[in-house]
Design a binder for this molecule. Sequence first.
Ligand code: NDP
Length: 310
Amino acid sequence: MGKVSCLIIGSGPAGYTAAIYAARAGLKPLMYTGLQQGGQLMNTTDVENYPGYPSGILGPEMMEDFKKQAERFGTDIRFGMATKVDFSSKPHKVWIDDSIEIHADAVILATGAEAKWLGLPSEKRLNGSGVSACAVCDGFFYRGQEVAIVGAGDTACEEAIYLSKLCTTVHMIVRRDEMRASKIMQERVKNIANIKVYWNSVTDEVLGGNVVEAVRIKNTKENTVVEVPVKGFFVAIGHQPNSAVFKEYIITDNQEYVVTVPGTPRTNVEGVFACGDLQDKVYRQAVTAAGSGCMAALEAERYLSEHGLI
Ligand code: NDP
């Protein structure tokens, strides 16, 4: 059993930023990285919208920079997965890989979220080569070209609108004859001339050798198939926040995102803070995750000093 002041769970931009701030505040943070050290950015190629990298940077390289910066100030970074927690009494208890027991006065949850995918082999094969789950991250690469997007929620609508400003045509694939998105978003989509909606339609296959070249769309009502040439294929069918292990103690919403006190990283449990995509279903950017990681560390430090724990 180990005892620390500040335990950080997760190693995306939120977790590493929390670590940098916590370490510089003298909290000697311990971080457990989770299985995918570096988080979702490890699956991306060029990141061009993170301030401070004027020429862009590869996602994995950027996360290596984050890691080095966290280590430079003394963060103890270890590989392991939080598999059980007990936040019913203090100090808080977290088990790593079902065996290592850690007691911590403050815990920062930064386990992120994962994009949901359709499950097509072609989608997996061309991931990062035209297939993406983030229009704001990757839309720029397809400016002046045709793209497709799957989904009909607020995210899909928002991303279709974003893409419509960059791309010549956005082919939006909707599986039912109506959208789940809020009325206002649906209206916006319908009023944009270069968004073409395919109702009652599913993605039959993403086509292409080394990069996306086209998408085969099947209308399930009419049983017809069309092949549409596109350079980018965006999947916007929702995300799954990695909150399952905390749910017994931490309040989550109906989509399993951790609920925080508005404008703060505070959860319903004193001394437990949440940051990054685990608690953000709207912005989901590396820079917003990093910002919320900073807030979590500042709150953790305030909490520890107010309670005489540092
Ligand atoms: P949602 O779960 O709301 O929507 C997912 C969409 O993807 C649905 O239209 C669903 O279709 C479709 N879908 C799911 N699985 C498949 C599949 N296998 N094939 C094809 N289509 C599929 O996710 P969002 O990410 O859009 O939104 C999540 C939450 O975040 C919502 O509460 C939303 O309101 C909120 N949000 C708010 C924003 C804002 O306030 N600016 C911006 C973005 C999101 P179907 O409807 O048929 O089930």
